[in-house]
Design a protein around this ligand. Structure first.
Ligand code: SF4
Length: 765
């Protein structure tokens, strides 16, 4: 497994795209990295960040023993048996006194490590956890909820076909740096270089993607809802909507058009800070395209004012022009596994909607909105959260208002963190359990969001787990046993069946669900304990850690059967064997497989509305849409904080926060505050000066970079700074969430306004 002369297939784990890479090792070091041409999604493509993966694998942040907090706040190393026994006992005490619903689960994986979270479902069930949250609940839940309203279920998520679209629109999105779809830079350049195709970027910043664009629309920060309202109104006014398509595939059109008819286009453009002429140009380019329009909306509008409304209006642009369920347009993609909430039964139900236990905040798509987590702890309500289990997540650093999140964690009876690193959250924990790295175990991502061709890669371990660490599958198995969730006698029938072969195991496993419904809730760990020991690759590598993928393959074969077969999997197998055929294909192809190949009818088959039509009118959001007319212009409306800070910009010098060692950066070492030359001059600043950024929540000092990327009135700080290798915030740069506030959030989904934080800037002598 660790031969230095061998190229090992794995993936980059620094963004959700997980480009396939091959690595060569030098002892415990990742010595060389190159794109993996055999990876069916990335086909050899990478950006420059993948070359630096050893900063994650061998950074000083790695933990190598379980830790227990002492009374004085320092940590002491303890052995695994002690840690597991004490954690089980402490959780048991919380459950006895307050019930499993008083325990919040946060995380379950970052951008490349979702398999551990799959096994974590067993521990959540064993603890009786009902409430879960993760980073999606500060990014995407508003969009998912809108998908649910339009298409019938929130898992009906749209994928753009940027590779083939005649018009590709990136709204609040800079794919050059934040990627978001396979081979993003290559695709952007291809569109930009094709005179018959059009690249449109909507972003207040003149980003790298905007520099390539045919049309760059530059709204005032926070003006997107007004811009979208104007765009929809122009599409209708100028007869650019797809009447016949809407007649066949949608309902609620008349109700929607009645609201759009009230839009004052000129006034909406003025509030958005854009010229009417450019809105008309965009509307006509979208409305006259014949080979598909795909739109990617991202955090620039999802973490800004009117977050959920923005998602709705953006999708209406696609739908009103008939660019849904067609080549080059938006389609509903397949899934290998769900990314959704996963709390055991959701929260309290009020008025039919699941809610948080104390504040009555909606669980949007099953998740507790990240921004209300402190509210659900820092209260004397008897149903407040009392304990927290965190796995591969860092809420103290990554969620709004780090100061208040620390305060909330300190108010809990018990905090347990499973992670590879001493993070800012781990530093607040009572127990920290060190996980093996993503290159030391079987691993995968469930960010498989493409259409018509969707890929999945099950990554083999490249190294053995570092001494003192364990893969999450083993951690959760030990926790479940210590919690008394099962014992060897419970598993004996399945172990016997597994020894008899895969077919016998499948029959026994299906029967087991009916015989032992209590254990079927622990399904991933049951598979790890029973089928796992029998799994090997063709070259003899122990594949116990892949057992959960066998279960997911069965589900995928049942739900996506025709598309799995279209991908060339399962020839000669009947439907009962399709799941095993899929699993065998996955495990035999370490560079990944195309697991589904869709035709365009598949989008309509995935629709979950009763009549398979799009439900265009969402009354709650149409009410908010109407209120735009009386809302003041977002720009320049706060004299005390006249600037808008985009907190957490993705740059070439930033990745996700699993890179904790600042040495990985080649430039922008201090995470500069970007500011327009005009704003800098007004503040008396020049390049390289130090400036204090102050928001309602806090202040921090940053080095200034004058940048004509920034629109006047708009400043930005990068993500991924302010990280210390030992979980303190003493690394270079500003930790953005020291400046954000948890109550600055979308009224419906609770998503934060990180890209629209009111701020002022002053020179520091
Ligand atoms: S950072 Fe993202 S786009 Fe770049 S190599 Fe890694 S996975 Fe690919």
């Amino acid at each position: 497994m660790t031969s230095n002369d061998t190229w090992h297939q794995t993936a980059c784990i620094l963004c959700s795209i997980n480009c396939g890479v091959e690595v060569k090792l030098d002892g415990p070091t990742i010595a060389r990295v190159r794109g993996d041409k055999a990876n069916p999604a990335s086909e050899g493509y990478t950006c420059e960040k993948a070359l630096r993966l050893d900063h994650y694998q061998n950074g000083a942040h790695r933990l190598t023993t379980p830790l227990r907090r002492r009374d004085d706040g320092t940590f002491e190393p303890i052995d695994w048996d002690t840690a597991i026994a004490e954690i089980a006992q402490r959780f048991g005490e919380v459950i006895d006194e307050h019930g499993g619903e008083s325990i919040l689960f946060y995380g379950g994986g970052g951008q490349g490590n979702h398999l551990g979270g799959g096994y974590g479902g067993a521990t959540r069930s064993a603890l009786g956890i009902r409430y879960t949250s993760n980073a999606l609940a500060q990014e995407k839940t508003g969009e998912f909820w809108v998908d649910g309203q339009l298409f019938g279920r929130s898992r009906c998520h749209t994928a753009g076909d940027y590779e083939h679209a005649e018009v590709a629109v990136f709204w609040g999105k800079n794919p050059w740096q934040s990627h978001g779809f396979p081979q993003a830079r290559r695709v952007l350049k291809e569109i930009a270089n094709d005179p018959d195709r059009t690249l449109i970027v909507v972003d207040p910043r003149r980003s790298e993607s905007a520099d390539l664009a045919d049309i760059h629309v530059r709204p005032a920060p926070g003006g997107d809802a007004h811009l979208l309202a104007a765009l929809l109104a122009v599409l209708v006014r100028d007869g650019l909507i797809a009447d016949r398509w809407l007649d066949e595939h949608a309902r609620g059109l008349d109700e929607l058009l009645a609201h759009i008819a009230t839009v004052d286009i000129a006034e909406s453009c003025a509030k958005a800070g854009v010229e009417l002429a450019i809105v008309e140009q965009v509307a006509h380019r979208i409305g006259t395209a014949t080979r598909g329009v795909s739109i990617f909306e991202d955090l620039g509008i999802q973490q800004a004012p009117h977050s959920t409304l923005n998602s709705y209006l953006e999708k209406l642009v696609v739908l009103l022009t008939g660019n849904f369920g067609v080549p080059g347009g938006m389609n509903l993609h397949s899934r290998f596994a769900s990314l959704g909430g996963g709390g055991g039964g959701g929260g309290d139900r009020r008025g039919g909607e699941p809610m948080t236990p104390t504040g009555g905040h909606r669980l949007v798509t099953g998740l507790v909105p990240c921004n209300v987590i402190p509210d659900e702890i820092l209260t004397d309500h008897p149903k407040r959260f009392r304990a927290l289990l965190v796995e591969s997540g860092n809420p103290v650093h990554s969620l709004a208002d780090s100061q208040r999140m620390r305060e909330a964690l300190r108010a809990l009876d018990l905090v347990v963190v499973i992670d590879v690193a001493m993070t800012e959250t781990a530093r607040e924990a009572d127990y920290v359990l060190p996980a093996a790295s993503q290159f030391e175990k079987w691993e995968c991502t469930f960010f498989n969001l493409e259409f018509p061709r969707n890929c999945f890669q099950l990554r083999r371990p490249v190294f053995a787990p570092r001494e003192g660490t364990l893969p999450e599958a083993e951690i959760h198995a030990r926790l479940c046993r210590a919690l008394g969730a099962y014992n060897d006698d419970d598993l004996a029938p399945l172990r016997t069946a597994a020894a008899a072969g895969r077919a016998a195991f499948r029959d026994a496993f299906l029967a087991f669900g009916g015989q032992r419904p209590d254990l079927s809730k622990l399904v991933a760990i049951v598979l790890y304990e029973t089928l796992g020991p029998t799994l090997r690759t063709s070259d003899g590598v122990d594949a116990a850690g892949a057992a959960a993928v066998w279960g997911l393959s069965q589900i995928c074969a049942m739900t996506e059967g025709p598309s799995v077969r279209r991908a060339g999997i399962g020839d000669g197998h009947d439907d009962a064997d399709l799941g095993d055929a899929l699993f065998d294909a996955i495990i035999a192809n370490p560079s990944g497989v195309v697991f589904t190949l869709d035709d365009y009818d598949e989008t309509w088959r995935r629709m979950a509305t009763p009549d398979q039509r799009v439900q265009l009118a969402i009354p709650l959001l149409l009410d908010e849409f109407d209120r735009l007319a009386t809302e003041p212009a977002p720009a320049g409306s706060d004299a005390e904080f006249p600037l808008v800070l985009s907190a957490g910009e993705r740059r070439s010098s930033t990745a996700n926060t699993i890179f904790r060692d600042p040495a990985w950066r080649k430039k922008d070492a201090s995470g500069a505050l970007r500011i327009s030359p005009a704003d800098a001059a007004a503040c008396g600043l020049v390049d390289g000066d130090r400036a204090r950024v102050t928001t309602r929540r806090g202040s921090a000092v940053a080095v200034v970079e004058l940048s004509d990327m920034m629109r006047v009135g708009h400043i930005s700080l990068p993500n991924g700074f302010g990280l210390g290798v030992d979980g303190t915030s003493d690394g270079p740069g500003v930790a953005p969430n020291e400046l954000t506030s948890s109550d600055d959030r979308d009224w419906y989904a609770g998503t934060p306004h990180h890209k629209h934080v009111r701020a002022r800037v002053e020179a520091v002598s």
